[in-house]
Design a binder for this molecule. Sequence first.
Ligand SMILES: [Zn+2]
Ligand SMILES: [Zn+2]
Length: 188
Amino acid sequence: MKLDLRSLLAEDIRSLPVEFLLPVPDDLLHDPHSPLFDVCFPEPIAVAGSIVNTAGYMRMSLSVSAPYTAHCARCLRPVSDRFSISVQKTVVPAGLLVHESEEDSDDYIIVHDGFLDPDEQILSAFEAEFPAKVLCRDECRGLCPQCGKDLNDGPCNCSDTFPDPRLAPLRELLRKMHDKDNPESGLS
Ligand SMILES: [Zn+2]
Ligand SMILES: [Zn+2]
């Protein structure tokens, strides 16, 4: 979204309301390295806020929010939620920053010829803060790696069939103690 900041820069107005919808680009949803990979956004991202000019110092404050559906990374159950962040930037006219390193800084957003296009920085903040792993709840127990049972529904029987190899010495010790106390029930 190209925002016209000319009346704000001319100080005809002090505050410019910002409100628009920003679709999540397909390439983010299809990039396996993106946390947005395989997440479904049934609606575009809602962006709302303002840019305020206080004696030449311009600050953009936006709330950025979108509903999404995904699958829990542990138990694969469907998850529906809303993801919201706030994006704050200092708005600077092009050429006013002295050091090039400042132009690269995430804190700044540059106005070119009176116009500002915040889409790219909004999307990169949205992507950076989106959870790397969506969970149905923090304490989700996930699926048993042996039998695939959803352990949120209760324990499975795998612990008997597939003992934890780290516990093998303990099991052996318990078996020996048991044999010593009950010689008649020991292995012959
Ligand atoms: Zn889960
Ligand atoms: Zn199991």
